[in-house]
Design a binder for this molecule. Structure first.
Ligand SMILES: Cc1cc2nc3c(=O)[nH]c(=O)nc-3n(C[C@H](O)[C@H](O)[C@H](O)COP(=O)(O)O)c2cc1C
Length: 189
């Protein structure tokens, strides 16, 4: 059982990072093998819509994303963690998500070779916003959940948190427990 954590904030040790680590701890306790990717440390360009991947399933851009594609394919579950930037997700997470494009054909169906690996893959999300109203992050949840629903993956839920300064979330025991539980759920078929 492999759980992949995708960290979409540039603030390593910040709120999204703390909650992702909590989720991965939940996955570890449930016996999963873990890997965490900090998107900000990698080079991930925006999708060019060149459509070359429609036939091949392979992205022609020479950066770090093709390697992440392989990790996505091999993972049983993926937990994304990202803060709200201007009522949306960070540029790092958006560039990553747009590059999922390579996994689909021209009709937005999984490439045949990928379908068995992607169908039923468990996807979870953690959001953090500075606004006390966690629903400020609803557009991010909508983006991930719609992707999951359209493509027959399995939505395991969103943990939505509010915090401003780096690491403030450490004191929010309730949301940290929710993140831990999300990780446990990710590790259970
Ligand atoms: C460029 C930028 C834009 C932001 N935009 C919003 C926003 O639209 N709404 C909001 O509630 N918080 C916003 N925030 C606050 C962050 O979401 C908040 O500080 C969060 O805790 C950061 O999480 P992190 O520690 O994981 O990076 C913004 C922060 C930055 C740096």
């Amino acid at each position: 059982m492999k759980v992949l954590g995708i960290m979409g904030s540039p603030r390593v040790g910040g709120n999204s990072d703390v909650l992702l680590d909590d989720a991965l701890a939940g996955g570890k306790e449930a016996g999963a093998q873990l890997e965490k990717i900090i998107l900000d440390r990698l080079k991930i360009s925006g999708c060019k819509d060149c459509k070359k991947c429609n036939d091949t399933g392979l992205c022609v851009l020479k950066d770090d994303m093709p390697e992440i594609h392989n990790k996505i394919l091999e993972a049983d579950a993926i937990i994304h963690s990202v803060p709200v930037y201007f009522w949306s997700m960070t540029a790092q997470m958006k560039a990553y998500l747009d590059r999922w494009c390579a996994l689909f054909d021209a009709e937005w169906k999984w490439h045949k070779a990928y379908y068995p690996k992607m169908k039923g893959k468990r996807i979870g999300l953690i959001t953090v916003c500075g606004d006390p109203d966690v629903h400020t992050a609803d557009p991010i949840v909508h983006s991930f959940k719609s992707t999951v629903d359209m493509t027959k993956m399995k939505w395991i839920g969103a943990v939505m948190a509010s915090a401003s300064e780096k690491g403030d979330i450490v004191r929010d025991a309730k949301v940290r427990e929710q993140a831990f539980e999300l990780g446990s759920k990710a590790a259970m078929p």
